[in-house]
Design a protein around this ligand. Structure first.
Ligand code: FAD
Length: 295
């Protein structure tokens, strides 16, 4: 089937989408967002320097119609979500978001009810647009580069003039193998420094529950959960987090959860492989020191 991958230039993201494209047979084409070489050997490549995703919608809609793409794949990221919805409306296609599984019969799986259940959808009509959740598919190795032709982006009547990106330090949460997250139980903004220290020792990133974000102790970009980042680290350390279902929805694919909470009844312990019942202020500095020595 004629497939188009759309994503920013990132070998991991493009690799994951290339893996998914193999379920649809034909070698995919790619539309790369941003400047730079396009990793991998694609059938045909397009590129655009337009940074604001929503401004690309008319041009992408036109491209899909002109070329007759049947399957359009994007990562389930902010950029992917901004493009997928309006393009689906423009081309009259079905959109299945946050896909976490697929088989050769084109049945796709996506989480429902904040990850408490999964839904299976058989694709029976094309074109279809799929946004693919990060880290659920092994990224294909992309060797070499594909030369691209520039996509003509006309000025649309409704145009976003500028976007301000909030820069977060260190490893992006979605790529982090180790995340140390703090919740409302941290009590004061300054004590997030303890979590930063631990995550630095482990080479990880700092996340937060909505409780901590609502208190203003962490940035909204650090929020993990149903309305925040969906992460899939090898190790997730939840400090002073109760384990509300909306938070757990963001760590459904975390491999090992370590919970530190002073309430032994806290729901986070039901999700954790290792649990420490105590005041975090007692254990976090000690753990950090031990981990530092062990490195
Ligand atoms: C539509 C909707 C979407 C939502 N989306 C999200 C989301 O994306 N992400 C998210 O996180 N939440 C989300 N929420 C909010 C969610 O329901 C919870 O309110 C939130 O996760 C609670 O955050 P918390 O665990 O940090 O705080 P709390 O529930 O207040 O828990 C604090 C925990 O800290 C422990 N604690 C206190 N002091 C200490 C100490 N000194 N040492 C150790 N432990 C201590 C307490 O025992 C407690 O378990 C959403 C809610 C709704 C309705």
């Amino acid at each position: 089937m004629k497939t188009l991958i759309i994503d920013v230039i990132d070998p991991k993201r493009m690799g994951e989408l290339t893996t998914v494209s193999k379920y649809f047979g034909d070698a995919p084409d790619i539309l790369a967002l941003g400047a730079g070489d396009i990793p991998g050997q694609f059938n045909k490549a397009y590129q655009t320097n337009e940074k604001i995703a929503v401004n690309l919608v008319p041009a992408i809609t036109q491209l899909i119609q002109d070329e007759g793409y049947e399957v359009i794949l994007l990562s389930a990221t902010t950029v992917g979500a901004e493009i997928a919805g309006p393009v689906a409306v423009g081309i009259g296609a079905a959109l299945i978001s946050e896909v976490i599984g697929i088989d050769d019969n084109h049945t796709v799986i996506r989480p429902l009810y904040g990850g408490k259940a999964v839904g299976k959808y058989k694709i029976v009509k094309y074109p279809v647009i799929l946004t693919i959740r990060r880290k659920y598919f092994e990224p294909a190795e992309l060797s070499g580069v594909t030369p691209a032709s520039m996509l003509a982006v006309e000025k649309s009547p409704i145009r976003l003039i500028s976007e301000k990106t909030q820069k977060s330090e260190g490893i992006p949460l979605e790529d982090a193998e180790i995340i140390v997250s703090g919740g409302r139980g941290i009590g004061v903004a300054e004590n997030f420094a303890m979590l930063k220290e631990m995550s630095d020792v482990l080479g990880g990133a700092v996340g937060a529950s909505r409780g901590a974000v609502d208190e203003g102790w962490a940035l909204p970009t650090q929020q993990i959960g149903q309305t925040g980042n969906i992460v899939a680290p090898s190790v997730y350390v939840a400090v002073g987090i109760s384990g509300a279902s909306q938070h757990l929805a963001g760590i459904a694919n975390a491999k090992c959860v370590v919970a530190i909470n002073k309430d032994e009844e806290a729901n986070i312990f039901n999700r954790a492989r290792f649990g420490i019942v105590c005041d975090y202020k007692t254990i976090v500095p000690v753990l950090t020191e031990v981990l530092r020595e062990e490195r």
